[in-house]
Design a protein around this ligand. Structure first.
Ligand code: AMP
Length: 240
């Protein structure tokens, strides 16, 4: 993203390596912000939901197990997701850090991530928590569409594609995810409250940055970048 006011180089910040956790309930805008922040910092956005959907699409053994769980709005088992995540973040494109979207979702996953980062002598993650009111989440998910090819997310009300129903990037016909239908959405929010909400307590403290995710996407992005700049000025060499 070319945004002169927001220029920022990881080279001399955070000791050149940063792990960001984008956190919040389904529909809070994690996917959109992950794409913007990843492009701004030059680190990959790793979405466990996207990784699982790729496994489902490829009909791998993990994908077959995950498909049945994802269709009901439940969470895939910690050990399966943890192993999948480690495989992904050990790719060379994660050498300067990575942004996690949708992980950790349980306290057990958060503990696993802490141990994993410590075992690689990497700094603990910084959490960006997107707060959005419940009725806004339900409205957003009902209007959400996704490109099945590049994964880009649109909203038919607030962020429609340039041409109705097709992706701006590659022209693929946009789809509505099965788990964005209202009964599944309610189940996903319930799972979030029960299992994922407590993860926030795990990260309670100065590494947690709460952002108003109910604003337009560009404003949310500016608030996130301000929080990251602020954090980097206070902790310039956290990887040391
Ligand atoms: P998302 O695209 O992040 O909303 O994830 C879609 C679905 O994938 C979730 O409803 C879960 O079924 C599954 N999933 C994604 N990330 C995780 C995770 N960290 N742990 C367990 N299940 C996950």
């Amino acid at each position: 993203m070319t945004h002169p006011r927001l220029s920022f180089s990881l080279k001399d910040r955070f000791g050149g390596f940063v792990v960001l956790l984008l956190f919040g309930p389904p529909g809070c805008g994690k996917g959109t912000q992950a794409r913007m922040v990843s492009s701004w910092l030059g680190i990959p956005a790793v979405s466990t939901g996207d990784l699982l959907r790729a496994e489902v699409g490829a009909r791998t053994p993990l994908g077959v197990v995950a498909a049945a769980i994802m269709e009901t709005g439940g969470l895939v088992g910690d050990s399966l997701v943890n192993a999948m995540l480690v495989r992904r973040v050990e790719h060379s494109d994660c050498a300067r850090g990575f942004l996690l979207d949708g992980f950790p979702r349980t306290v057990a996953q958060a503990g696993f991530l802490d141990d994993y980062l410590a075992s690689r002598q990497l700094p603990p993650g910084r959490v960006i928590h997107l707060e959005v009111e419940r009725h806004t989440l339900i409205d957003r998910m009902s209007a959400r569409r996704q490109c099945p090819v590049c994964g880009r997310i649109y909203n038919t009300l607030h962020q429609p594609p340039r041409s109705n129903g097709v992706c701006d990037n590659d022209g693929a016909v946009l789809i509505r995810r099965k788990d964005d239908h209202e009964s599944i959405v309610r189940q996903r929010l319930k799972e979030y409250d029960e299992l994922t909400g407590p993860v926030l307590h795990h990260y309670c403290g100065p590494r947690l940055h709460s952002i108003d995710g109910g604003q337009p996407a560009e404003r949310v992005f500016e608030d996130i970048t301000a929080a990251i700049q602020w954090a980097s000025e206070r902790e310039p060499s956290s990887a040391a």
